[in-house]
Write a protein that binds this ligand. Structure first.
Ligand code: GLN
Length: 249
């Protein structure tokens, strides 16, 4: 059976609000199905082999950690990530990681360079941090579904005209608290402000990422065996209920 090769970008620096839980969950869902899985991490100053990763993951981070990571991503690392995606790898980037997918992250006088993989920019504007439970409606091609999670970001993100958001905000703030969009999606690349961690309470998205990643080397569509998601569904319902009690659009 094809192995899932997962690459965690900067697991030391980009991992807040339990974002590491997404990696554990991906691993477990593969193991429960007998799919071999390897998880490797890449840190500051270490190279990326674009042929050796099917799913790339970057979690959230504080501004100071993003500073270190933003510099380190420029050049060869950026090219390696772009090459992996162009060759069919999938990627999930959460919050601080999501902000670095775009062209730049502006923090007052300072501008952090981004990966420039998608047309978006992020800005630290005056105003409160955007914090709370969040629910969004998403359609990845098989009808509308709801993702539930938690957001906490000072940056506001704006998508360029050619980009599609990951979803539409039902409850919470989303990309910027104004335009009702949340995240970005281009092909097998997903960026989102949702922590929680995101995947254990939205198990279908974890499976989608696993299937997308496995397709890179299996050559065709991948059907995953269903699992008993009773606990995951309960976690989803509880976060969704919390989001409903919060801010609605
Ligand atoms: N430092 C970024 C911000 O505050 C991202 C925070 C995060 O990853 N939760 O906007």
């Amino acid at each position: 059976m094809t192995e899932l090769r997962l690459l965690a970008l900067y697991p030391e620096h980009m991992n807040i609000y339990a974002d590491r839980g997404n990696l554990l969950f991906l691993r477990r869902r593969c193991e429960w199905r007998g799919i071999p899985v390897t998880i490797r991490g890449v840190g500051l100053g270490e190279p990326i082999d674009p042929d050796a990763c099917d799913l790339l993951y970057m979690g959230g981070g504080q501004d100071r950690d993003q500073r270190l990571v933003a510099e380190d991503l420029q050049g060869e690392k950026r090219e390696a990530i772009a090459a992996a995606l162009a060759d069919g790898a999938a990627m999930l980037a959460v919050c601080g990681g999501y902000q670095l997918l775009g062209g730049e992250y502006r923090l007052g006088e300072e501008t952090l360079p981004g990966l420039g993989l998608v047309d978006l920019r992020t800005e630290r504007e005056p105003g409160p941090r955007l914090i709370g439970n969040i629910a969004i409606e998403v359609d990845l091609g098989d009808g509308p579904r709801v993702l539930a999670g938690f957001e906490n970001h000072g940056g506001r993100t704006y998508l360029g005209p050619s980009e599609r958001p990951l979803g539409r905000v039902l409850h919470g703030h989303g990309n910027n608290g104004r335009d009702g969009t949340e995240g970005v999606r281009r092909g097998k690349l997903i960026g989102t402000y949702m922590h929680g961690p995101l995947l254990p309470q939205n198990a279908w998205l974890a499976d989608r990422l696993i299937a997308w990643a496995l397709e890179r080397r299996s050559g065709g569509p991948v059907e995953l065996e269903p699992l008993d998601d009773t606990l995951e569904r309960a976690a989803h319902e509880s976060t969704l209920a919390a989001a409903r009690r919060g801010r609605s659009r």
